[in-house]
Ligand binder design. Structure first.
Ligand code: NAD
Length: 257
């Protein structure tokens, strides 16, 4: 097993891509701290029933005190965190730049970018003295291109890649690797919400938006949860030991650089 003996804290782990990563890491032998604002009783029970270790550490990624408490609780129950997955994010607002509400824009930046910073700070504080660690940031295909009506989300994800590269440089001498995954559209509650937002903003049906997004990449399909989780597993494991500051595309060929 590729993550045997490691402790992984996954933000936004209660559903969607985060939950898929929790399942994949547990299968590879990691003990999982599911770090979310919402409960994850079923996921925790599922991992335990399969013989894995999982606990819930409720926290909001934007609150440094809650994040510090969650890392301390994960350490108390499982041991010091070896792997952080910065996955929690929101996709709204969906509006043109001239119409977007500044407070909604700031909320997205706060959760997606500042939340990633706060969790990365907590992780590096634990990992640096131990001389090892892996941080995996879940960015997006829109961390490498623009997308109309989504300036807040797009900007937050570009910035996550900047933070990824900077953290990689700062932490490399401490044996900490920091990488990112850039998924294309994956069928999750997050995607449903943002496609509905696009449909409203663009005067189209949700079905039309979904068809455009599904067929937009050369592979002409949505990305599967497990396909994102597999790359996140690779980046957390020693198989990627020579990689830091990278951003791997899981987009069915939509993004090629
Ligand atoms: N679904 C996609 O198509 C897609 C594509 C590219 C990138 N992504 C990225 O993948 C990641 C996961 O997306 P998803 O589709 O699984 O989303 P999702 O909305 O299904 O799940 C996000 C999780 O984050 C949690 N969360 C939200 N705000 C939080 C906060 N402040 N503190 C702690 N937890 C919080 C939610 O409770 C939820 O469990 C996000 O970073 C997203 O930007 C998703």
């Amino acid at each position: 097993m590729r993550l045997s003996g490691r402790v992984a804290l996954v933000t936004g782990g209660a559903q969607g891509i985060g939950a898929a990563i929790c399942r994949a890491y547990a299968k590879e032998g990691a003990a999982i701290a599911i770090a979310d604002i919402r409960p994850a009783d079923e996921l925790e029970a599922e991992i335990r029933a399969a013989g894995g270790k999982a606990v819930q550490v409720r926290m909001d990624v934007t609150d440094p005190e809650q994040v510090a408490s969650a890392f301390a609780e994960a350490e108390r129950q499982l041991g010091p965190v070896d792997i952080l997955v910065n996955n929690a994010a929101i996709g709204t607002p969906v509006a043109l730049i001239e119409d977007v509400k500044v407070d909604e824009w700031e909320r997205t930046i706060k959760i997606n970018l500042v939340g990633t910073l706060i969790c990365t700070q907590a992780a590096i504080r634990v990992m640096r003295p131990r001389g090892r660690g892996a941080i995996v940031n879940i960015a997006s295909n829109v961390a490498k291109r623009g997308l109309p009506n989504r300036s807040a989300y797009v900007s937050s994800k570009w910035a996550v890649l900047g933070l990824t590269q900077t953290a990689a440089l700062e932490a490399v001498d401490a044996g900490i690797r920091v990488n990112a995954v850039c998924p294309g559209p994956v069928a999750t509650p997050h995607l449903d919400e943002v496609m509905l937002g696009h449909a409203r903003a663009e005067g189209r049906s949700v079905e039309e938006v979904a068809e455009d997004w599904r067929t937009g990449a050369p592979m002409k399909r949505f990305i599967e949860l497990d396909e994102v989780a597999a790359v996140a597993t690779f980046l957390a494991s020693d198989e990627s030991s020579a990689m830091t500051g990278q951003a791997l595309n899981v987009t069915g060929g939509l993004i090629m650089s």
